[in-house]
Design a protein around this ligand. Structure first.
Ligand code: GRF
Length: 212
């Protein structure tokens, strides 16, 4: 008997290549989750087109229509709950959620960030790493807490920064990692294979992919 897939909402603000990776993973037979909703904070983004092409439900919750972060976040949580989502995955979502999101989806919000946190948090993780001159950067997948890019780390992978990299070439290599690291983390979460002990995320099963 097939298990009922775990319902997730994916939040996007732009291109949606990480959403696409989650969509592609969800199409495989053994995938334990289902994307019940894609939420964007703005209209006209490629992420919404990808969702429509995949036959997924979409909602736009526009930042400008709310007079506070709390009201904006409440609207997002309500729409996600209405569609039956039990977790929210931030896949290139460029807004900061109010703490009420963590109350409504406790330990069930995951973000992907294009640097090795705690280095280079914020919206310019790739550019800031380049400007600083680091030789190694990477990808972090983490649970979301109230402080930006600060929650318990689920997984990380490092990559080398090449001398001739610019933000575009570096980000392209970072995204190749994101596109398997995020689905892998979401799958582990949905299967109940992640246990959070304070700041530490324990994996019940060893990582299988992307060993360096
Ligand atoms: C990703 O690099 C992600 O780490 C960052 O924003 C980017 C979104 O890319 N938070 P996409 O929209 O998934 O293509």
């Amino acid at each position: 008997m097939k298990n009922i897939p775990f319902p997730i909402a994916v939040l996007v603000s732009g291109g949606g290549s990480n959403l696409q990776a989650l969509i592609d993973a969800a199409r495989t037979e053994a995938c334990p989750y289902e994307i019940v909703l894609v939420i964007s904070d703005r209209p006209g983004v490629q992420g919404l087109d990808r969702a429509v092409d995949a036959g997924l439900c979409t909602e736009i919750v526009e930042w400008a229509e709310y007079d506070s972060r709390e009201a904006f976040t409440a609207a997002i949580c309500s729409v996600a709950h209405r569609h039956g989502a039990r977790a929210m995955i931030l896949a290139g979502f460029m807004r900061i959620l109010d703490r009420i999101a963590m109350e409504r989806f406790p330990d069930a919000i995951i973000n992907v960030h294009p640097s090795l946190l705690p280095s280079f948090p914020g919206a310019r993780g790739v550019e800031d790493a380049l400007e600083y001159g680091v030789r190694i950067t990477g990808v972090t997948v983490h649970f979301v807490e109230e402080q930006v890019d600060c929650g318990p780390i689920i997984s990380q992978r490092a990559i080398e920064v090449y001398p001739d990299d610019d933000a575009e070439t570096l980000h392209a290599r970072i995204q190749k990692i994101e596109h398997w690291l995020l689905p892998e983390a979401v799958e582990a979460f949905v299967r109940g294979n992640l246990r959070v002990e304070k700041r530490h995320v324990r994996w019940r099963q060893p990582l299988t992919k992307g060993e360096i």
